[in-house]
Ligand binder design. Structure first.
Ligand code: ZN
Length: 264
């Protein structure tokens, strides 16, 4: 009896988190997402990680020291941030921040809540044009707008919860700990193929709305494919690429140019 009550409690707790739709105004990726972790909890964890990365970069003298690249990245990011509320109105109130790290690392990210970082390594290795740089930033912003990290954490929590319910009935003792799940999911774990495809679509639509050339989408990944043969790229560890990605980006670009939106 006691076990049944506890299991019911756990199931209710997990289900109460419920579903949410993170974006509504954009044309791509508006779907119901399972959210068991609050946006505030994820943002708090992201802020902590963000502060650590920034402090470390500052101590090493690589944070926003390249004024020319900083201005370039900031100008592009600003244009994208300006159109982002078309996807979700509340992000107009986000505390967006843009950073350039002077490092050879081929990477870029946008943490939950709008904290953007671009490494000079990705700009220089891929010799990115402004349109291509907009693709990279737009893609990363799309992960944050869609709250993919929160969704990942929620999926992990669901899995852990199911394990704990199983444990009540005899299996090993596994605790559902939000702190542990957020630490496990972290902020730099690989996104799923679904999240990648969605970030490509939302990101491309974002740059389209900001007036950039959508053909740059496929170009960026073509360049990455070529470069990857010669050197490992950090960005590919968190953004697993698939062979059909370039073809999908080409089709999305065609859709945007023809219909003004990505077709389903
Ligand atoms: Zn991605």
């Amino acid at each position: 009896m006691k076990k049944t009550i506890l299991a019911t409690f756990l199931v209710s707790t997990l289900l109460l988190g419920g579903c949410a739709q993170t974006t509504s105004g954009g044309l791509s990726g508006n779907r119901s997402q399972l959210m068991l972790v609050s946006e505030a909890e994820v943002n708090a964890q992201a802020d902590k990680a963000y502060t650590e990365v920034l402090t470390d970069a500052k101590n090493r003298g690589v944070l926003n020291v390249n004024k020319k690249q900083y201005q370039r990245v900031n100008n592009i990011a600003k244009k994208l941030i300006k159109v982002a509320p078309e996807f979700r109105a509340d992000c107009a109130n986000w505390d967006w921040e843009v950073n350039v790290l002077t490092e050879d690392t081929v990477n870029a990210w946008c943490m939950a809540g709008g904290k953007i970082a671009v490494y000079t390594g990705i700009i220089e290795s891929l010799n990115l044009t402004d349109d291509e740089l907009a693709v990279v930033i737009g893609h990363e912003m799309a992960h944050a707008l869609k709250e993919h990290t929160r969704e990942q954490a929620s999926q992990a929590m669901l899995k852990q919860g199911a394990m704990q319910i199983a444990s009540i009935f005899g299996a090993s003792n596994t605790a559902v700990s939000l702190g542990g799940i957020l630490a496990d999911v972290g902020l730099m774990l690989p996104f799923s193929r679904e999240h990648e495809a969605e970030a490509d679509a939302v990101g491309l639509e974002l740059i389209y709305k900001a007036g950039y050339d959508v053909d740059a989408g496929a170009n960026v990944w073509r360049k990455m494919q070529q470069l990857n043969a010669n050197e490992p790229m950090e960005i590919l560890s968190t953004h697993p690429s698939s062979s059909d990605r370039i073809a999908n980006l080409e089709k999305m670009a065609q859709d945007l140019k023809t219909f003004g939106k990505v077709q389903g």
